[in-house]
Each structure stands twice: as C-alpha cells, then as structure tokens.
Write a protein that binds this ligand. Sequence first.
Ligand code: ZN
Ligand code: ZN
Length: 721
Amino acid sequence: MNQTPWTLKSFRDVLKKCIAERDLFTGKSLHALYVKSLLSPSTYLSNHFVLLYSKCGLLVAARAAFDSTYEPNVFSYNTIIAAYAKESKIHIARKLFDEIPQPDVVSYNTLISGYADAGESVQAMILFKRMRELGFELDGYTLSGLIAACRDKVCLVRQLHGIAISGGFDSYASVNNAFLTYYSKNGFLNEAISVFNGMDEEVRDEVSWNSMIVAYGQHKEGKKALALYREMVGKGLEIDMFTLASVLSAVTSLADLVSGSQFHGKLIKTGFHRNSHVGSGLIDLYSKCGGRKGMSESEKVFEEIPSPDLILWNTMISGYSLNEELSEEAVKSFRQMQRFGHRPDDGSFVCVISACSNLSLSQGKQIHGLVIKSHIPSNEISVNNALVVMYYKCGNLRDARKVFDCMPEHNIVSVNSMIAGYAQHGRGAEALLLCQQMLDSGSAPNNITFVSILSACAHCGKVEEGQKYFNMMKEEFKIEPELEHYSCMIDLLGRAGKLEEAEIIIETMPFKPGHVPWAALLGACRKHKNIELAKKAANQLIKILPSNAAPYVMLANMYTESKNWEEVAAVRKLMRERGIRKKPGCSWIVVKKKKHVFVAEDWSHPKIGEVNEYLEEMMKKIKREGYVMEEKWAMVKEDEAMEGEKEIRLGHHSEKLAVAFGLMSTSEGEDIVVVKNLRICGDCHNAIKFMSAVTGREITVRDNLRFHCFRDGECSCGDYW
Ligand code: ZN
Ligand code: ZN
C-alpha cells in the first residue's frame, strides 16, 4: 500500500478517513496491516477500529477488535457499548458498562440512550438517578436521551424539565428544543409555547423557530404559525425546506386552501415545489383540504417531483386513505409504490391499513400478512394500533383484541383505540374495564380516552358511570371538556330518558352547539317520544344544516308514530318546497373481494331476483320462529321511503338485501359484515336477530353510528341503541 514505513500517525489519519467515508474495504486491510506491524499497541487505534466496524454494522468484528484492545480505556468501552446499543443488544451493553472501572458522562449517556431506544424507560431513569447521586454533571445529551426514554410519561418529563432549569440547561437551544418538541407532540401546546417564550432571543436557533411553527401546525393553530413564520422572515432568519414544510402544515391545519395555493405559487417560483419534503407538504394540503378534487391536485404535485421517495409515496397513500371513497386508490398506490422498488415502512402500513378499515376484512387481513412478512418489527406500536382499529371497524372485535393483547407495549393511542372499539360495538363493560386497568397501571388518560369512555357509557346506558368519568376528567385529570365530551354527555343523558338534563347541558355548555349535540338530542326525543323538544332540536338542526333531510325525516317519523297524519303531510310539504332530498339508504357487503351495493327498491344488482327469493324464504322461516313485522316501521316506511313517497315494503330494506346476499353467497359458518350508510331500522334489527338464530351465523351490521353484532338471536347492543 505505502512504501514509506507506517507510523501510528499515518495509521491514524487513514483510519479517520475510512470512518468518515465508511470505507470498510480499506479499513479491513489497514487493520490487517496494523496487526502485522511491529508498532507498539495503540488503544487509540483499536478504539477506532471498533468504531469503524460498528458504523458499518459489523458487530462481531467490532467486538473482536475490542477484545484484542491493549489496555482498554473508558473510550473503548463507550464505543463498544454504543455498538451493542445500536443493534438493540442492550443487555450486553449493560454488562460491559458494569465492567468499566470508572464510567464517564459519555458512558452514562450512551447507555441511557440505548435504554430509551429499547423502550426501557425505568432502567434509563434508574441510571440517571445513580448518575446524579454520584455527582455527575449532566449535559444536553443526557437530557435528550432521557426525554426520548420518557415516551408518553409526561410527568417524568416535567420533572426532568425542572432539573434542567435548576441545572442551568435552559440556556442551551438543543435542550429547550427537545422539551418544546416533546410537549407539543404529546399534546401540551401551552407548555411548548412557554418553553419557546422562555428562551432568550440569542438562545433560540432556527430549529427552535421551526419547532414552534410545527407545534402550532400540530395543534391546528394555523394563524399563529403563519404569524411566527412572517416574524421569522422579518428577522431575516434562514428559511429552509423544513420551515416551508411546517408553514404548509400550518396552512393545512387552517384548511385555508386559498393561502395554500398562493404559497404554492411562491414555491414554484423558487423551485422548492420539486423538493420532496415540500412537495409532501403540498400533497398533504390538497388532500386534507381539497377533498376528492384536491387529490387530483395532489396527483399533479406528485408528478412534478423527480424520483419520489418513500415519504412522498406515503403522503399520497395517506391522502387517499383520508377519503373513504378513495380507499381503493390508497391500496393501489401502496402496491404501485412496491412495484417501484420501495419497501413499505411503518408509515406506509399505517395508512394502507386505515384505508382497509373502509374496504373489507379480507383486504385488511392480507395487509396484516404483509406486515408480518415485512421487516417492520413486530412491536411497532403505530402499525399495531392501526391494525386494532382496522379489525374493529371491519366488525371483528375479537381479532382487534388479539392484536392488542399480542403487543409487547401499549401507548395511549392503543388503549384509546381498543376502548373506542368496545364503545362502537356496544361493549360498555369491557370498555370501562380496560379504562380501569389503564388507570390502575398509572398511565394517564387523555381527552380522546374520555370521548371513547363517555360514548361507551352512552351506547349502553351507563349514566352514573358516565357522569363519574365526566367529573373525573375535570377534577382528577384537569382536562377541560371539549364540545365532543359535552355531546357524549347529551347523548348519554338523552338516550337514558333524562331529556331535561340533556337540554340543560346543551344550553349551558361553554360551546356553541353544532349539529352533533342537537342530533343526539333529537334522536333521544324520538326514542322517548317527546315531540315538543324534538321540534326545538329539529329546528336548530335545520338552521345549522339547511340541506340535511335527517331532522325532517325524524319529525315525520315521530308524527307518523303518533298517527298525526296532518303534521306528517306538513313536514313532507315543507321538504318538497325546500327541495330537501333524503339520501337513499344503502348497504354493502364485500364477498370474494367484490363490493356489492344494495339500495332499497333498486333492482340493478345482477342477482337481485335470487336475493329476493332467498329473502322471502328467510322471512317465512323466521316468522315461524316468532318474528313479527313491526308495524310502526312499516307505516313510517323508514327513512329511505320518504323520497318518492312510494310504499316500500320492509322486506326490501337495503340491509336485509345485503344480509340475504351475504348468507346465500358465502359458505356455512362464515361470518358476515354489512355496512349501512344510515342507521339500521328497528324492523331490520329484529329480523336480523332471528336470521342469526336460524342460520347459526354471526352477522355484523355497521351503521353510521355503531356496530350491531348479531349472534344466536341476540344483538351485541342489547337493543340499547
Ligand atoms: Zn329496515
Ligand atoms: Zn343491535
């Protein structure tokens, strides 16, 4: 290699270059040369060979180099510990750490970060405590390692924050930025703001500004993000693609398509729109704010970018998956990405799995199979969380729970998803049990947990529990109830017949009630036959959503039930005059990967003749078992019958057709999942109960509010819906 005799210095120089360039080939020959040379053993060189091998992922070679080190020093240990930690072999790293005669700050930091990566926050904290007891000076690295280790345990981070401030670390930008980002990511915007505001002007770096813009974006505070961005421009601070992407995400949170496309125009002038990071922000903007039409804009942005990377593909898949009607496109795009040679990562899987929630269980299961075969670690929380949601949304609560139980670790999202699944399936007891287990384990619930819990209580009539949790949320966890929580309470009280209490909440809550609480109240009024309050709720709903037929239909139904034909006619006349059309009820079922849609009184399905025959036979069968058609639903002609005013027989309701089709075209013992765009009607609910008994099948109907899982003549909702 070299004619001049090798000195330690020349070895050192070449090795440094090898490490910087990760040049394993030269590095290995250099190592062989060094071993053969008669130079005195150098700990420095050995350490750097360890470093080289570790950087190139050769753990065994790194260990061999370490073991042959003459007089290993603390740097030798730190290097090999980092190598093991990097390869998730934290226990070996720990053993080596314990062998160090005098570990230094770096040794501690390395192991703490290792524990953080391995998710062993307790070990990280114990080590940190020992470090402080021994009087070590902590540094920025210690803190960022620890913040990472804390994951969702925000109280620990607050403690750390206190320690950082008392240790004078609040003058380090990196430390502040780490806290800022952590608080924002975990939902504590105010704390993020106070970190940012607490930083002196000269302490703040560009990362701080960007992180704050991102934080505003995450919390849908688009205006503040834009203001901060302008301030940044005014100060002449450097704007990079990350800042631009953050601004885009802020505009997206404002759903401000106008400012967004203006900004797009500016980006085109600078050429930044071809940058994958910025392009990804643009796609996100159009797909989140532009609906279906926006997605075609997104496709244009996508095509402009030369050689799209994985992130960009993921943004496209995510864009499609946001729109229920585009779920098929999401799956197509996912497949296309793979054909282009990209290996899906956890982000790709999360999006495509969520798209499958709107498609079918079989497609979801296929993707689950891919997850298992892929390189994604089986403990990847976000993917597992998406699977939990997919399974319960596709009607399979059992597999949702199976995935949940197999997860080595849960975060708040996992628990919230599982509770939401129980809530939507009407399994209130299980939802409450899981919540209790969460509280017992010392994890803190967040605002979303309480939405699920309250809705679980509402779906099964647990009024006292609901009130208990509502109070607990405010008093114990200091979470201010949002509109959604109030809506759940109104639903809960209303369904249980406490209409006055529900009305009081609607009138006294600190939010302007939107359509959700009024619709909940209206539904409750129908259930408990309170026509006066129903009129009030319906009028409010009509004001908020003038073209929505639901309140009219609901009132007409109530008048029909009380045989007040004059009022029925009046409501229908009003609908005609105002040009309000009811959206037709439709149900669909996926059989052998094909979606079959049924609309009441619509005969376009190719097998409709057979379906009707099958259904008629089935109706005879269940009548023999004691099923009686519920007159009131027949008279009301159900929601979809409002349009056209023709007499529709109950037998032709879309959900019955879809269930019949499912039963006749699948084999014995197979479960059936039907989705309906409106609420299931009472007569169909009753009939399907009987059908489940006579066929011995499990039939799930997912309507626009919840799941009904029929088995052995019973429904999971316990008829409380
Ligand atoms: Zn029906
Ligand atoms: Zn039910």
